[in-house]
Structure formats: C-alpha cells, structure tokens
Design a binder for this molecule. Structure first.
Ligand code: J2J
Length: 552
C-alpha cells in the first residue's frame, strides 16, 4: 500500500539501506511503541496535566480508545487530521491515537486561525480537525466549523473540551468511557492494521519562506530516530520529568527530545498551556521537573522573573534553548539565574537537529548552537554560488541525512527552490566554530523570527497587498528587545489614500490570520526603494526603519 506517499519525496534506496544498517531506521511504526512502553512500566507516571495524571498503561488504553474513535469516524490509515490544540493531556492522547490508527496529524498551533487552518487543511487534504472548546476567550469549535466549510476534504470536527456541539466528536467523553474489558480487543484490532514505517507519521509546519503554505511529512522511521537519538544525546532517562511549556505543535517540544523522547525512555511529561513564568515555576516545583525547553524570548522572561521571585528550581537539571538567536550574554545570565545547565539547540521542523553537548567547554556552550545528532547528517556550508566556503567562513547551510526529508509534501515547485539533489537549503547563514560546533550568524531567507515563531514575509505581503488603499508593500523584520524581532509593514499607499496600522490589522484579522503574524509597526513611504535589478530593497528599508526612533 502506498498511503500519502504520492506527495512524499523518498530517500534514495542506497541511503535508506545505509540508515537501516546503521540501526537508525528500525522499520517499526511509532504506534507500536505505545504498548511497549506500557508493558515496560505500566504504573509509571507518563503524563501530568494539572490534576489529571496518566500512567503508561492508562495512556496506552486512552490512545487506543481514541484511535478506535478515529476509525469509527472513518479516519483510518493515511487519513489526515489537523491538530490545533493547546498543551494538555488531550494533545498527547490524540497524537498517540493518530500513531496507533495510522492517521497523520498535522501539528498546528492553537494560535492559528481560519486562514492558516484552511490553507494547510487544503494542502494536506485533511479529513478532520481537532480543536479545544473555548480557549483564551475564543470559540475554537465555531472556527473549526467554518474551516470545515472551506476545506472540501474535511468532514469531521473533534472537540477536546467542554460545550461540545451535537455535530462534533467529543474526545474527552470517549476517554472517560475506557472500559477495561475492551482493551485487548481494541489493541488487537489496531495492531492488525499497522501503518508502514515508511508512511507519514506526522506533518509539521515549515517556518516557511513563501506565501504558499507547505507541510513537512515526517515518516515513522525518521521521526522515531529523531526523538530516540535526541533523548540519548540529551541524557534523558526514566527519571526525566520534562515540562512541555512551548506549544507542543512545534518540533522542539514534540520530539527534540520533547514529549516523544521523554516517553521513549519512560520519563514523565508535564504539560502547561502557557509558558508564563508563574505557571511554569509553580509546576516545576510541584512536579519536580528536571528538563524544560524554551525559545530565547520565553527564557528571558523566566530569567527576569527568577531574579525577582526566587522560585524553587532545585529539581531542574537542564534548560534547553533554541528557535532563534541566543546571545552569549543571555546565556551567562540564564546560567547564573537558573543554577543549572543551559543547552543551546539549533533545529528545524525540516529535520536537522544540533545540540550543545554536556562535554563541551563552557565557552563553546555559550557561543555555539551545537552539533548534529547523527554521524550520517551531511552538512555543507556554501557561498551564494553554491561553492563550499573555507573553514571558519560563513555561508548558507545545506543539509541532508536520515531524518531530514527530501522535499516538502506535495510541493514540486517549492521543492525546486528549497532542495538540490536532496540537500535541504536551510536559508541559515552559519559558520563552523573551531571546536566543530555550528554558529548561526544570520539568514538568507525572508522570514520574521518573532520570538521563535516564524512568519513568512511573502505570506504577509500578499495579505497586506490586498488591503484597501495599498499600492505596494514589503514586510521586514525589525529588532525587538523582547521578542528578538517583530514584523514591520512598509507600505506605499495609493495616491490620495492613507493606510494605517489599524487598517492592516483589521483586514488581516477579518481574513482569519493568526494574531502573531499581524505586522506590529508601519512605515509609510512615497515610493518603494529598489535594488539595481528593480527588486524591493529590503536592506534599504531596514536602514530607514532603524534610523527612525518612532513608527506608527
Ligand atoms: C538561531 N536560529 C535558530 C538557534 C532554530 C529544535 C529547536 C528549534 C527548532 C525550530 C526546532 C535556532 N539559533 N538556536 O524545530 O526541533 C531558526 C533557524 C532555523 C529555523 C527553524 C527544533 N534554532 N533557529 O526553531 O522549524 O533559522 O524549528 O532554520 O520553527 O529557526 O525553525 P523551526
């Protein structure tokens, strides 16, 4: 059977054989692991969400119950489910249920809205969507109903929360209904029809450079290796208590080593719905959390709060930080404030993961973003003409390897740009530190990295271009002390018209764009600066913006 494989670019056979021979690819679907964990430590604590706790056995039972629910709703092997849930036990159970049923979850964010959900739903051919109930005063089931109307393939709306409509699928109710005697029957049914290890296990969103949404298909083989090897490199074991504070739809908290890596080694996953310092500190103290991951913007908030609140962080062994630039000074300050190891991580949903190792000297830990997890990760650092740079010089990083897919899902046009002979063009400018680790020094891709959330400039430009009164627009990143960067819209209005930041915000919200992507400042221009070849000169725009102290 070839399920969803039509849109996947396979690894070449000889490399696939190499990865198998090296023991990276084990040819086992991830769903098989769920009962393996449950049998190894049935009464071990697997998941904690507030007062809700699951042992490994309870987790496996719940996952199977929801997997059967998916099957009953017509979602079987190769079906695609949009998952737009906040961190909570439902997200873990549903994720594992998908793996058990062979359904491919698309890891969205609860911050996504109609625009993102519909675009991705169409791209991935989603048959269903899972949302919370009311969350942060927003009616997610109502949004899901609208998305269903916009995506022809989408028919089922799953709700993980209260106030479930009669036409919705109630996920919580199914889990409450797990009866002991059916466990074996359910398990046998699901075991009888496992997905293939080369099937798509999960879809991740790309930090995208084009306005066209694209998704990354991660196979059971490559994603299992990614999480297992990460757990090994980061020293996770059964004593690990991992706090998922970043949105679990991201690859970092999901599998770097994250939730999946923790469950693989028999540790405990604790989830909080937001990374607010007070909630995080309370949870660390209450559950004796040992590891937590953060983006630099979130970590800075924690560090500032630690310096004033002095919470009990004595259980913490490791704080991981990645997703955007983390300055040396911020590293030093974090180590001082937290009193534990701070580990830089440079990763991407497209694959490659780099971690600073525990054995790296302190100056390397402070100044580098780590090195790859696999001996079979192949890296090239090239100049704009594609020629490898000399040692120590910076260039664009190209990568391929056992957990870096060879193309985006069903995106031949974008693949021509983003992949060359299987090499993924990261769009990151890096250089090699004398010790061998990578240092991220910049990027070539046109994105705004807003506190670790990637915003495609092109996507927002298309949306702003459609706003009434706009003749031309460019979206650029402007430095920000809190978030690292924020999006600024540089707009040339039509003659005789004015365009305000509020106009843009209103139009984008009406189009159902996620709040974090809406430009936060505006530069109004009479004409767009151009390069000598007639393209918008974004460097000139950045200079104009930084020379002004006050923007709209
Ligand atoms: C500078 N830029 C970084 C870092 C990522 C683990 C950790 C992070 C991600 C992630 C991930 C950076 N310093 N330490 O998926 O599993 C920027 C680069 C990169 C892009 C990828 C994981 N760590 N970046 O951030 O897919 O530009 O993954 O190409 O969201 O984030 O973004 P994303």
């Amino acid at each position: 059977e070839t399920i969803l494989r039509g849109g996947v670019t396979p690894w070449p056979d000889d490399l696939a054989e190499t990865y198998r021979a090296a023991g990276y690819w084990r040819d086992r679907p991830l769903g098989d692991l769920v009962w393996e964990w449950a049998e190894a430590r049935p009464h071990g604590l697997a998941v904690v969400d507030g007062d809700t706790r699951f042992t490994y056995r309870e987790l496996a039972c719940a996952a199977d119950r929801v997997a059967v629910l998916l099957r009953e709703r017509g979602l079987g092997r190769g079906a695609v489910l949009l998952v737009a849930l906040p961190n909570g036990w439902e997200l873990v159970v549903l994720f594992l249920a998908c793996l058990r049923a062979g359904v491919a979850p698309v890891m969205m964010l609860p911050a996504h809205r109609d625009h993102e959900l519909a675009a991705i739903g169409r791209r991935a051919g989603a048959a269903a969507i899972a949302v919370p109930g009311m969350f942060r005063e927003y009616d997610h089931p109502a949004m899901a109903d609208r998305v269903r109307d916009q995506v022809p393939s989408l028919s089922e709306v799953l709700v993980c929360g209260d106030d479930v409509g009669a036409h919705h699928v109630d996920v919580r109710a199914a889990v409450e209904d797990v009866s002991a005697d059916d466990v074996l029957a359910r398990r046998a049914h699901l075991d009888a029809t496992p997905p293939a290890a080369s099937d798509v296990a999960v879809f991740l969103l790309s930090g995208g450079t084009t306005g066209l949404s694209k998704v990354i298909a991660r196979t059971h083989n490559d994603y299992e290796y990614n999480a297992r090897r990460s757990a090994e490199v980061c020293g996770f074991d059964a004593r690990t208590v991992y706090l998922a504070a970043l949105p679990a739809g991201h690859n970092f908290p999901l599998a770097s080593p994250g939730i999946l890596g923790t469950l693989m080694v028999g540790g405990t996953v604790v989830l909080v719905p937001s990374p607010s310092p007070s909630r995080v500190f309370e949870t660390i103290a209450a559950e004796r959390v040992t590891v937590v991951a953060a983006v630099p913007a979130v970590l800075s908030r924690w560090v500032a709060a630690v310096e004033s609140a002095r919470p009990d962080l004595t259980s913490l062994r490791l704080v991981q930080v990645g997703g955007s630039l983390f300055a040396k000074e911020a590293y030093r300050r974090a180590v001082d404030a937290l009193g534990c190891r701070v580990q830089q991580v440079y990763g991407m949903a497209e694959g490659l993961l780099c971690y600073v190792r525990e054995t790296d000297p302190d100056d390397v830990a402070a100044a580098t973003q780590g090195r790859p997890i696999s001996d079979h990760d192949e890296l090239r650092i090239v100049d704009p003409s594609g020629v490898e740079v000399h040692d120590g010089e910076s260039g664009e990083l190209l990568v391929r390897g056992p957990y870096t897919p060879r193309g985006y899902f069903q995106a031949p046009e974008q693949n021509r740009e983003a992949f060359t002979d299987g090499w993924y063009r990261t769009g990151d400018l890096v250089q090699r530190h004398p010790g061998g680790n990578l240092v991220v020094v910049g990027r070539t891709k046109d994105v705004v990295n807003r506190g670790g959330e990637k915003i495609s400039a092109d996507e927002i430009e298309r949306l702003v271009q459609a706003v009434d009164g706009v003749a031309d627009v460019a979206v650029i990143a402007v430095p920000d002390p809190e978030l690292g960067e924020r999006a600024c819209a540089c707009v040339v209005p039509r003659s005789g018209r004015t365009v305000t930041l509020q106009d843009i915000g209103r139009a984008l919200r009406a189009a159902g764009v996620a709040e974090f992507k809406i430009p936060e400042s505006l530069l109004v221009l009479r004409e767009m600066p151009q390069t000598s070849v007639g393209k918008t000169d974004k460097n000139a725009l950045s200079r104009i913006v930084t020379s002004r102290t006050h923007l709209a």
